[in-house]
Design a protein. Structure first.
Length: 212
């Protein structure tokens, strides 16, 4: 079973195409960003739009896969931004995601709770000037989970995964939205969260608003 799943993973293809991004930036962004020194990156909110539940999978498996995808994109985005910061490409630093997640857990905020909290409230408990968050809407789940990977191999969702991703930056003051980047990508069988993160950050980096 493990060998089969590993073989499946080797055959996964990357996200291959994308549409031009839609970008929003608040009118006062340049003034506000001067007050920012540290941003936190939250787990992304991931959802899968299903018309039917494929044989051999459960709603719980899909939900677990969505959650795993959200945390994986958070971690991968942090790793990318940290590398760029170490090269002095950005004017802000980024809170370690392990610290971010530990502080969230310490304050009783679960992955499911994040959507119910204001960004200002989250900034305060994390001790940062702003937060990066995002949403991922998929036509089929990513291939990271074993149960989901098997269903993908069986072609239960079809060959293409259409994925809409948004990345946002909110200021700690009044939870104001400062910046938003909307990105759409498509990939064939088994696009993974790592591949999605790589494609997203490759595009975001060109427009990320904290360049030195």
């Amino acid at each position: 079973m493990k060998k089969l799943i590993y073989a499946c993973a080797l055959s996964l293809a990357v996200l291959t195409t994308s549409c031009g991004p839609q970008i929003y930036k608040a009118a006062n962004f340049e003034q506000v960003k001067k007050k920012h020194s540290t941003l936190a990156i939250l787990p992304f909110e991931a959802t899968t739009e299903m018309k039917r539940l494929p044989k051999g999978t459960t709603i719980e498996a899909i939900q677990a896969n969505n959650k795993s995808t959200g945390y994986a994109v958070q971690s991968n985005s942090y790793a990318y931004l940290l590398r760029q910061f170490s090269k002095n490409k950005y004017t802000v630093s980024f809170q370690d995601v392990d610290q971010t997640n530990a502080l969230l857990a310490k304050n009783g905020i679960t992955y499911e709770d994040l959507a119910t909290k204001s960004k200002g409230e989250i900034c305060e408990l994390l001790g940062v000037d702003g937060v990066i968050s995002g949403k991922i809407r998929m036509s089929k789940p990513m291939s990271d989970g074993a149960a989901v990977a098997m269903a993908l191999l069986a072609g239960a969702w079809g060959p293409t995964n259409k994925t809409d991703v948004s990345m946002t930056i909110h200021d700690k003051t009044e939870s104001k939205l400062l910046w938003k980047y909307d990105y759409m990508a498509t990939g064939n069988l088994g696009s993974s969260s790592e591949q999605l993160s790589r494609a997203l950050m490759k595009n975001v980096s060109k427009k990320f608003p904290y360049k030195s």
